[in-house]
Design a protein around this ligand. Structure first.
Ligand SMILES: *Cc1c(COP(=O)(O)O)cnc(C)c1O
Length: 370
């Protein structure tokens, strides 16, 4: 049996009959950039996510950039975030000229440790950027309280967390701005790059819409220097077709996570993901922690079982962030997670046999070595 880390083909097969006419419709109309398909998707996603406005854009990375720019964050400013995340989180902060200030993660959830935030707040701090990593929301209540106390903006990196919940609220609705990605491996993926920004603020909505098209909503009139960060109609059409299925796909991922949890329950050498009782985890990734991670990865790869390391380096260890002045040991939990975590396939179309096959291989290896 072969189990890929992610197989997008069954999802395409399921929806091909709906996707192709929508794609053909875009081609027949020859309206490729923004336009009615993007506006329609924005309405649908405002409903799904639960914010007054959403703004389709070219990627999750550009969503983060637009968010920072819309909040006037740049040179001389600091943004507090986690070092244990995809590169784009801190990359976008650096790209606008601001400084990423990291706090370590909680060892059980891999999410930023809010208890460490307050002592990192300086006169230069403009915002906090929580990352709802792997599909589980950050503990937002204390974070929002700090933001209020110190008058800081909150940008949620919800790229891995569409539909994820915290105390009855959705990811991307709790801060000033939420940022999403339609990269194909996210829970709601398009056929290329795509992203989305969410906000309840009318002022920010206007600003973001301008930033998306070179800093001015009226063609050839520029209030500021923006980006070319538009979502194209083909991607919007694909996301619109997929959106009605997202809930059931998420339920599938959650079911698979529960099955894994059960299959690993008797194995003391595998630490399974922790879902906090006040959250709704959407399992963009199912991430276990093991002592001999690299050897397990090699073993699974040899058995043609897909797995992946998210992420092999904490961001403070990246060459391009050496200038931030962190050293080895600056964020021990994040560094430890980078050595011990392994993501297993959890996509909704997996069969129970595949889940059992993966778990059996993991159990066999970790117990043998354990
Ligand atoms: C995927 C991702 C991004 C960036 O999204 P792209 O669409 O790939 O640019 C940002 N942050 C996190 C946490 C992500 O997982």
């Amino acid at each position: 049996m072969k189990v890929p880390m992610l197989d997008l083909k069954p999802q395409y097969a399921q929806l091909k009959h709906l996707l192709l006419p929508e794609i053909m419709d875009v081609i027949e109309n020859q309206t490729f950039i923004l336009g009615p398909k993007v506006s329609k998707l924005e309405k649908e996603l405002s409903d799904y996510i639960g914010t007054r406005f959403t703004i389709g854009c070219s990627s999750g990375t550009d969503a983060l950039l637009m968010a920072l720019m819309a909040l006037d964050i740049g040179q001389g400013d600091e943004v507090i975030t986690t070092p244990y995340t995809f590169f784009a989180t801190a990359g976008s902060i650096a790209r606008v000229g601001a400084r990423a200030v990291f706090v370590d993660i909680e060892p059980d959830t891999f999410l930023m440790n809010i208890e460490q935030v307050e002592k990192k707040i300086s006169l230069k701090t403009k915002a906090i950027m929580p990352v709802h990593l792997f599909g589980q929301c950050v503990d937002m209540e204390p974070l929002l309280a700090l933001a209020k106390k110190y008058n800081l903006k909150v940008i949620e990196d919800a790229a891995q967390a569409i539909g994820s919940g915290y105390k009855g609220k959705n990811a991307g609705t709790m801060g000033d701005i939420g940022c999403f990605s339609f990269f194909p491996s996210k829970n709601l993926g398009c056929f290329g790059d795509g992203g989305l920004v969410s906000t309840n603020s009318e002022t920010l909505n206007e600003r973001l819409k301008g930033l998306r098209v070179h800093g001015g909503q009226i063609q050839y009139h520029h209030n500021e220097v923006g980006l070319n960060a538009r979502l194209d109609a083909l991607q919007a059409a694909v996301v619109s077709v997929k959106l009605p299925y997202l809930k059931s796909w998420t339920e599938g991922r959650r079911r698979h996570a529960a099955i894994y949890n059960e299959l690993f329950a008797g194995n003391p050498n595998v630490v399974t993901p922790v879902e906090k009782t006040d959250r709704y985890h959407i399992y963009n990734q199912y991430v276990i922690r093991v002592k001999n991670r690299d050897a397990l990865k090699a073993y699974l790869t040899e058995k043609e079982i897909g797995c992946a390391v998210y992420y092999p380096l904490s961001l403070h260890q990246q060459k391009c962030f050496a200038n931030l002045g962190y050293t080895e040991g600056s964020f021990p939990e994040s560094e430890k997670a980078a050595k011990e975590t392994l993501a297993l396939p959890v996509y909704p179309e997996m069969s129970e046999e595949q889940l059992k096959f993966v778990a059996a291989a993991v159990n066999e290896f970790t117990c043998k070595k354990g």
